[in-house]
Design a protein around this ligand. Structure first.
Ligand SMILES: NC(=O)c1ccc[n+]([C@@H]2O[C@H](COP(=O)([O-])OP(=O)(O)OC[C@H]3O[C@@H](n4cnc5c(N)ncnc54)[C@H](OP(=O)(O)O)[C@@H]3O)[C@@H](O)[C@H]2O)c1
Length: 281
């Protein structure tokens, strides 16, 4: 089996490559330097030259607030990019993993979204990621669409790193407590994606670490685990306006993961402790 991983310089792509190497699977990582996914000719040439059996597509435009003012580039990367990759996968019969997001949902209520719940993205980023899902589903049938949320990994910036940085010179930080979701540790998600591509259990999945929290709960747990004395002031979303609207309810149901016979990821507190050890090393 040969696997191509896009977005290898990002958080998730980095860990997917690590797991493939550990499993001694023939793999190749690429980022924008190797080929720009918005350029069909370059995408086709690169992928066909390698000839993978599966493409784990982790690259994306992930600047959620900037996307509100840069919708062209956001759509090009998040919708045209996966469309280009899916077209090439169709030509060569390769499986494709497309990573999506809780932002495709409207974020209302307090129950977990099933994979087929109605979509209603609130932001340009969410709309572009949904357009990417739809493009993949139209073009191929051997896809795994995996929605994740609140991502953290060793290779990149994320909420945990921001909180640790702020704790260096802030005795207190204000964090929203009315947005509820689940963190996703890329080192836990990557083995699941590598398990998926070994199967033909195609479809749409949700995969995050287990358990729910608010961003404020998450911050408090980070400070406690890291031994910082920084306090967390709980604020509302209305008190912390951002360019892009974020969903209040990001709970994702793992029913399809269970039905597919895939193991759920560990609880997020456990993932956080392991991540803090990983970045300390
Ligand atoms: N981060 C989150 O909280 C979150 C939440 C839910 C879902 N997701 C999804 O999870 C996946 C992985 O996210 P991540 O946090 O690992 O992303 P990331 O760290 O931002 O990495 C994305 C990578 O894609 C590259 N890229 C951007 N435009 C490209 C292009 N035109 N051609 C080729 N490569 C390009 C980026 O390069 P540059 O850095 O040079 O732009 C970067 O190396 C994405 O699909 C994302 O939408 C993320």
């Amino acid at each position: 089996m040969k696997v191509l991983v896009t977005g290898v310089k990002g958080q998730l792509g980095y860990d997917v490559m690590k797991v493939l190497h550990e499993r001694k699977i023939d793999c190749l990582g690429a980022d924008i330097e190797e080929f720009d996914i918005t350029d069909y000719a370059a995408t086709e040439k690169f992928i066909k030259q390698y000839g993978p059996d599966a493409v784990v597509h982790c690259s994306a435009y992930t600047a959620v607030d900037k996307a509100e003012d840069n919708s062209d580039i956001c759509y090009a990367v998040n919708a045209e990019g996966p469309r280009n990759i899916a077209k090439v996968c169709r030509d060569i019969g390769a499986k494709m993993v497309y990573i999506s997001t809780d932002y495709v949902f409207p974020g209302i209520g307090d129950t977990a979204y099933e994979v087929d719940a109605p979509k209603q993205p609130l932001s340009v980023y969410g709309k572009s990621k949904l357009a990417g899902e739809e493009a993949v589903q139209i073009l191929i049938s051997n896809y795994f669409i995996v929605r994740i949320s609140w991502v953290f990994g060793k290779n990149g910036n994320n909420f945990i790193r921001t909180m640790l940085r702020l704790s260096e010179d802030h005795p207190e930080v204000s964090v929203v407590s009315d947005q509820i979701g689940s963190p996703t540790y890329t080192a836990d998600l990557a083995p699941l994606l590598c398990d998926m591509i070994e199967t033909e259990k195609y479809g749409v999945y949700h995969a995050t670490n287990e358990g729910y929290c608010s961003w404020a709960d998450f911050a408090e747990t980070i400070f406690r685990a890291a031994g910082c004395s920084t306090k967390v002031k709980h604020i509302t979303t209305a008190e912390y306006p951002t360019r892009a609207v974020r969903p209040e309810n990001s709970r994702l149901s793992k029913k399809s993961l269970d039905e597919g016979g895939f193991r759920r990821l560990p609880i997020w507190q456990d993932a956080l402790n392991r991540y803090l050890k990983e970045i300390e090393r």
